[in-house]
Design a binder for this molecule. Structure first.
Ligand code: MLT
Length: 270
């Protein structure tokens, strides 16, 4: 892993391969390792950049507003800063997964000119319901006393399809481990930021880059029907439903996710 000095933090990232830059943005409370299979498969044909967002994996949390946490816009600003630090001026393919997708909407809002194409994977455009927001703020408030093992217990069954949970123990273990290793302060900051994120539904009809929408068929967090609506609202977007997968489609069925990404990258030409 490498690291780049940004304004607030030193951001850790993987950067491998050459050609069209593809930026992979992980979900919550995870890190770049969720993309291991995609980094492997895509770096033969593209320049794959997979950062650890602020507070996750090897990137330190730095100073955080205790009330507001880190907004989706701030994470997006830091991705743009990372591209600057890597002197990447050409438009990129942005791949956002779940919280990475919430961040990607903000990136689209602010940095549309830096985009060649967009992939939104197992994410949502809508803001939280009141109940969802309360749940996030409760976790933010109590995670330090609960400990991250409890967060892993709470989230595990929602992140993975029942079939994955029962049969793919290495995936279950990998997800649990990364959640348990995340700092409670980073979990709290991200939960506060997600709770406050704006609704991005209005943005969808304004997106004018090639877009792929991907969803695990059994995703319990960002459901297939919700992602179908996102695909319908973005002009010309393609939809890929990943079989035998829940929310963590890139880890649960990496072959199908890689295939969908490859076909999409092919369609961009050059
Ligand atoms: C994620 O995978 O990033 C989270 O499930 C997103 C969320 O909590 O809404």
């Amino acid at each position: 892993m490498k690291s780049a000095a940004l304004t607030r933090i030193e951001m850790a990232y993987v950067d491998c391969g050459s050609g069209l830059p593809v930026l992979l943005v992980h979900g919550f409370p995870l890190d770049h390792t969720m993309w291991a299979a995609q980094i492997d498969a895509l770096s033969d044909r593209a320049r794959v950049i997979a950062p650890d967002l602020r507070g996750f994996g090897r990137t330190p949390l730095g100073q955080v507003d205790p009330v507001h946490g880190i907004s989706m816009e701030q994470y997006a600003d830091e991705l743009a800063e990372l591209l600057d630090a890597l002197a990447i001026r050409e438009p990129i393919v942005l791949v956002g997964f779940s919280m990475g997708g919430y961040i990607a909407w903000q990136f689209v809002r602010k940095y549309a000119d830096r985009l060649r194409a967009l992939v939104q994977c197992d994410t949502r455009a809508a803001a939280d319901t009141e109940e969802g927001r309360e749940g996030r703020l409760k976790m933010a408030q109590h995670v330090a006393e609960w400990g991250t093992a409890r967060v892993a217990e709470m989230m595990g069954p929602k992140l993975l399809a029942p079939h994955t949970f029962e049969t793919k123990h290495e995936v279950v273990q990998a997800v649990r481990q990364v959640v348990e290793q995340t700092s409670p302060a980073a979990i709290a900051a991200a939960q506060r930021g997600m709770a406050a994120r704006p609704d991005s539904t209005d943005l969808l009809s304004t997106i004018d880059v090639p877009t792929l929408v991907m969803v695990g068929e059994h995703d319990a967090i960002s459901t297939r029907s919700e992602m179908e609506s996102i695909a319908e609202a973005i002009r010309g977007a393609r939809l890929a439903v990943i079989p035998d997968a829940g929310h963590m489609a890139p880890m649960e069925n990496p072959e199908k996710v890689n295939e969908a990404l490859s076909v999409f990258l092919d369609s961009l030409g050059g």
